[in-house]
Design a protein around this ligand. Structure first.
Ligand SMILES: Cc1ncc(C[n+]2csc(CCOP(=O)(O)OP(=O)(O)O)c2C)c(N)n1
Ligand code: SF4
Ligand SMILES: [Mg+2]
Length: 317
């Protein structure tokens, strides 16, 4: 294998701008420790479910020995979307509802990165609902984790697309009347190729789902129930055995490649089943576009990008 290009900063730091520095290969490099991954102190309310998702994300990076320059953490706006601030890696705290659009650009232009996008239920399914459908149908390679607390937390308790009927909030003082969406069914119908549900109260399961999603070659979506203790306390007690609820797994004999079976399974009433509902191979937009680019490039006679651009400009003159 050829040795990796040495970034300018490394040369500058070592003071050996003209020397060849033997950098360790990826396999030789040590994995990151939690201390190296964690940035800043999370500003969530004590007891917020989002802490658990963050802790498991650190664990995932540590366990899978990912390096800073290979992880990208993108989010929209909301309490949950503060995520990238707390991760010592590249990423962006982007515009409300537009995390997937930004993350798609990153994924398509840098297929070597693991792109993780985090959203809240409002960010993902309300203002960002359109992007959710289209990113799923395009099968852009990334992992999308929605921390669903069934309320707008950051803006202090408005009804979200997953709030149940009757939920009293600042926007529905007499109780919500609109039928909530079913994120799992919506993801399957839109064309997501990996669809799973987990909860912040079951760390082992959450990590297991994150790993499976990360290993999937395509758009992997996880609905992670994550309690807002401030504005919707107890929302997920019925899925937590420690609070008298039941944590029901997707049956072992469920065929995850059967789209209709997955859709029917997702029909269970709240909180429903936990695990992988749907997982099927389909070419990613990344792979399809890479092929178009390679085909086009093979016909350009070895011209460089800037020369191709120049030719296009010249044609416009
Ligand atoms: C364009 C735009 N509209 C509205 C807002 C106000 N706003 C910020 S976060 C948010 C909803 C957050 O809810 P959710 O995505 O569920 O995240 P949570 O805070 O519950 O984690 C809203 C409406 C905004 N920042 N930008
Ligand atoms: S308001 Fe709710 S979602 Fe936001 S940090 Fe507090 S507990 Fe978490
Ligand atoms: Mg929310």
């Amino acid at each position: 294998m050829s040795s990796p290009a040495i970034p300018f900063e490394v040369l500058a730091r070592t003071g050996k701008a003209n020397a060849t520095v033997a950098l360790p290969t990826d396999a030789e490099r040590k994995g990151l420790t939690k201390k190296e991954i964690a940035a800043d102190h999370p500003t969530w309310c004590p007891g917020c479910g989002d802490f658990s998702v963050l802790a498991l994300y650190y664990k995932l990076i540590e366990k899978r020995k990912m390096h800073h320059e290979k992880v990208t953490t993108v989010a929209g706006i909301g309490c949950s979307s503060r995520f990238p601030y707390f991760v010592q890696a590249h990423g962006a705290h982007f515009i409300h509802g537009r995390a997937l659009a930004f993350a798609s650009g990153v994924s398509l232009s840098r297929p070597d990165l693991h792109v993780f996008t985090f959203s809240g239920d409002g960010d993902a399914f309300s203002i960002g609902g359109n992007h959710f459908n289209h990113t799923a149908r395009k099968n852009v390679k990334m992992t999308f984790i929605v921390m669903d607390n069934m309320v707008y937390g950051l803006t202090k308790k408005q009804t979200s697309p997953t709030s149940p009927i009757g939920f009293k909030s600042k926007t529905d003082t007499w109780g919500a009347v609109d039928r909530p969406i079913n994120p799992i069914k919506q993801a399957i119908a839109a064309g997501a190729t990996f669809v799973a549900r987990t909860t912040h109260t079951n760390p082992n399961h959450l990590l297991q789902m994150m790993e499976a999603a990360m290993d999937h070659d395509g758009f992997s979506f996880i609905q992670c129930l994550s309690e807002c203790v401030e504005f919707y306390a107890g929302a997920f007690d019925n899925s937590n055995p420690r609070k008298g609820g039941a944590f029901d797994l997707v049956p072992a004999d469920h065929d995850v490649t059967d789209e209709y079976a997955a859709y029917r399974l997702a029909d269970n009433i709240h909180p429903g089943k936990f695990g992988i509902f749907y997982k099927a191979p389909r070419p990613t937009k990344n792979a399809l576009e890479a092929k178009i680019n390679a085909d086009a490039r093979s016909k350009t006679g070895g011209l460089k990008d800037w020369q191709l651009l120049q030719k296009s400009f010249d044609r416009l003159k």
